[in-house]
Design a protein around this ligand. Structure first.
Ligand code: SAH
Ligand code: SF4
Ligand code: F3S
Length: 439
């Protein structure tokens, strides 16, 4: 009898890696692989890596070292590294860890089937090129497998912004948009397979400018086209850069019914001096005016953001400016990070802020963000939201889904299934989620 080979894939980093892992799993499905949840019975192990943080590569090497025993027991086991560490380290990975059979950069996933065949023939396979062709087009999905209610869809990849701290322009390459018609047909296909909510992905998603026969289409244009798809209920997108928040996109937040009132708009810092040194090309003031315009278009929008503290030369006064900005915006959600040096980026060469100072600032910023997050959540109590249910909760009979604002909402004892979109009254606010009852 034909025994499928087993693929164990471990995903780190951003949502784009999650999307890429799905595409890689599908591509290897064509080679006779099915996914397994454990490395122990795998015929191939793939680490889909992230390079955004310091020591990311070191962590990958130590993770790889742990597969030594497995490989000794099962010489046929193939081990691969994908993602941004693969792109950054390339051949070095095989040199440092000879048990690695395959290294594939984010732009070469469509070549995985040939690469896998090569490893089966006992050879090493390496591909970290930036090829011209649309890899996603070559990674067309398998026959219509049923899907859960939410899905990611990559529309744009890479970045030309070169923020002084960031490796993404080097690991993901130059900014490229996928043609609009391909995205739309992929979206229709997802909806046919049960998807109700699509999150459009890009490192700089609002810079999207996809080719169409009659000229380029903006992200807002694409969202309006998606809005027409029957059965698709919700549209989201991430991550946006403040400078690419165009008028048509701001307006869409007020007028496009399927576009959800949630916007992730990283600012990174509140001091103009630091923003300049980060090469962000916006000021605190221009960011705040932008948020004002977005809120004028959609008053209930929930803003989320990213922050870096302890960037080189950040003084206590600069940090205060970040706290002031946070105080003014009141984010419903925000991620904050201590600056960590990425070799090869401009900021890596600059005088660093002492570790304990950066840690202290991070704690202060996180305390403020958490307070706002709780306040925004608590304000939801008594309000009615619409919840797209996704899965069973931890308690018996409980279902969990997301509100328009991306809050996780638990509902107990209700007769709902995954994929249902229902009106819910919020009754309580917890540490990281809300509770409610069907209306
Ligand atoms: N394209 C997005 C996000 C890219 S990475 C954007 O433009 O905002 C996600 C987040 O990781 C960034 O927003 C930043 O806050 C953080 N980050 C990136 N490089 C970092 C570094 N060297 N040190 C600390 N945080 C970093
Ligand atoms: Fe990195 Fe800046 Fe590009 Fe975002 S905009 S991916 S932070 S370089
Ligand atoms: Fe990480 Fe690469 Fe995404 S560095 S955050 S996996 S683009």
């Amino acid at each position: 009898m034909f025994e499928p080979k087993k693929l164990f894939i471990k995903t780190y980093g951003c949502q784009m890696n999650v999307y890429d892992s799905e595409r890689m799993t599908e591509a290897l499905g064509g080679q006779g692989y099915v996914e397994t949840q454990s490395p122990d019975d795998a015929d191939m192990i793939l680490l889909n890596t992230c390079h955004i943080r310091e020591k990311a590569a070191e962590k990958v090497y130590s993770e790889l070292g742990r597969f030594k025993g497995l490989k000794a027991d099962k010489p046929d086991l193939k081990i691969g590294v994908a993602g941004c560490v693969a792109q950054a380290e390339g051949e070095e990975i095989m040199r440092r860890q000879p048990l690695v059979d395959l290294v594939v950069g984010p732009q070469s996933y469509h070549r995985l089937p040939e690469m896998e065949a090569k490893t089966r023939a006992g050879e090493k396979a390496l591909d970290t090129d930036f090829p011209e062709e649309d890899k996603f087009e070559k990674l067309k999905s398998r026959p219509k497998a049923k899907r859960g209610p939410t899905a990611f869809l990559t529309v744009q990849e890479g970045c030309d912004k070169f923020c002084a701290f960031c490796v993404v322009p080097y690991t993901r390459g130059a900014e490229v948009s996928r043609p609009a018609n391909r995205i739309l047909s992929e979206a229709r296909d997802l909806v046919e397979r049960g998807v109700r909510e699509i999150t459009l992905l890009g490192q700089n998603v609002n810079a999207y400018h996809g080719a169409r026969p009659n000229g380029d289409m903006s992200l807002a244009g694409l969202i309006w086209e998606l809005n027409k798809i029957d059965g698709l209920e919700r549209i989201r997108f991430t991550t946006s850069h403040p400078n690419d928040m165009t008028d048509d996109l701001i307006e869409a937040h007020g007028t496009c019914d399927k576009l959800m009132p949630y916007l992730h708009l990283p600012v990174q810092a509140g001091s103009d001096k630091i923003l300049k040194r980060m090469n962000r090309s916006h000021t605190a003031e221009s960011y705040l005016r932008l948020v004002e315009r977005i809120r004028a278009a959609r008053p209930d929008i929930l803003m989320s953001g990213d922050f870096i503290v302890g960037f080189p030369e950040e003084t206590e006064e600069d940090f205060q400016a970040t706290l002031d900005l946070v105080e003014e915006v009141r984010y419903g959600y925000a991620y904050s990070f201590k600056y960590s040096t990425r070799p090869g980026t401009p900021a890596a060469e600059r005088p660093q802020v002492p570790e304990d100072e950066a840690t202290d600032r991070l704690h202060r910023l996180q305390a403020l963000i958490t307070r706002h997050q709780r306040e925004v959540q608590d304000d939801m109590v008594g309000r009615e939201v619409r919840v797209l249910f996704e899965k069973a909760g931890r308690l018996e009979g409980q279902m969990v889904g997301k509100s328009e604002y991306l809050h996780a909402v638990h509902v107990g004892g209700a007769n709902v299934t995954s994929g249902d979109l229902r009106r819910v009254r919020i009754t309580a606010s917890g540490a990281n989620s809300l509770a409610g009852e069907l209306v």
